[in-house]
Design a protein around this ligand. Sequence first.
Ligand code: KG4
Ligand code: ZN
Length: 320
Amino acid sequence: MEDGRAILSNVVHSQIDIHRVYGGVVPEIACRAHIETIHPVVEKALADAGLALNDVDAIAVTCAPGLVGALLVGVSMAKSLALVTGKPILGVDHIHGHMYATKLAFPDLAYPCVSLVVSGGHTSLYHSTSEIDHQPLGGTTDDAAGEAFDKVAKILQLGFPGGPIIDALAKGRDPKKVVFKRTVPESLDFSFSGIKTAVLYRARGQDAKAPLTLSADERADIAAGFQEAVVDVLVEQTLKACLKTRTWRLAVGGGVACNTRLREKMTARAAKEGATCYFPPPKFCTDNAAMIAGIGYHLFKAGRVSDLTLDAVPTKSHRP
Ligand code: KG4
Ligand code: ZN
């Protein structure tokens, strides 16, 4: 990445095919796959950019939050590269990266803005005052939105990852055919475990043990009703955050930001309330390298550099 804007290379090694057979990410397998692929990925990133390792000014790496095994592989690699080259190392919070994806797509996006990150592991609202300063407003108290999509797809035996499958299945369906209760906390938090359980009972009976006998049509209607409920809650809470902070710019990121219905409903509702809503293109919504390097550039410029004591932190956010 050059100057936080120009993407010289963006190599993504997806593990979706490895985990599909298990219906979800298996941490141990994810960690091993990271070890196997990190060298070829770094080599390809340099080759695509036409650079040698010594040409780079600094090395950015995701250090929090996430699966500790996967984080450790990246952090160890980055520290080794920093040690042998003498280049500075920049520890990046993965969630900040997701928020930066909007900036990559819309360089003119100004601050402050309200940021919504909806991914497989996170559903969080922030008041963002710069690329690298984000004050938390609210987050999920149980499942993340993407996690709910994945678990519901598993319950309905639709495949993995659930988000894109449910998105496609719900297209052209009447989302009012099967209606699920929306949980909208008074605060700016989210809760999606109730709706996941409601889908489970609907599909497998009140004891959740009955065999799945629903037709493909019925499953698609449930998927559409579930998606509509999740989208409605995300839209409601996000616009509430805009109102509370009197901020009328809104950036959405993370894998679930690919969702067609979320993009439609959030954009329409924001326009109605007089807010401008920014969604990155799908390839920047899901995990990618450019968003991490972009944050790295801004941390470097601000002098918020890490050192070789940098550690992988699975649960907490990283604030250099
Ligand atoms: O941001 P991401 O690539 O990885 C994490 O940091 O978690 O997000 C992955 C999540 C998965 O749960 C996946 O089901 C969801 O994003 N996702 C979607 C869509 N595309 C991906 N959810 C809803 N609709 C989509 N079109
Ligand atoms: Zn992510």
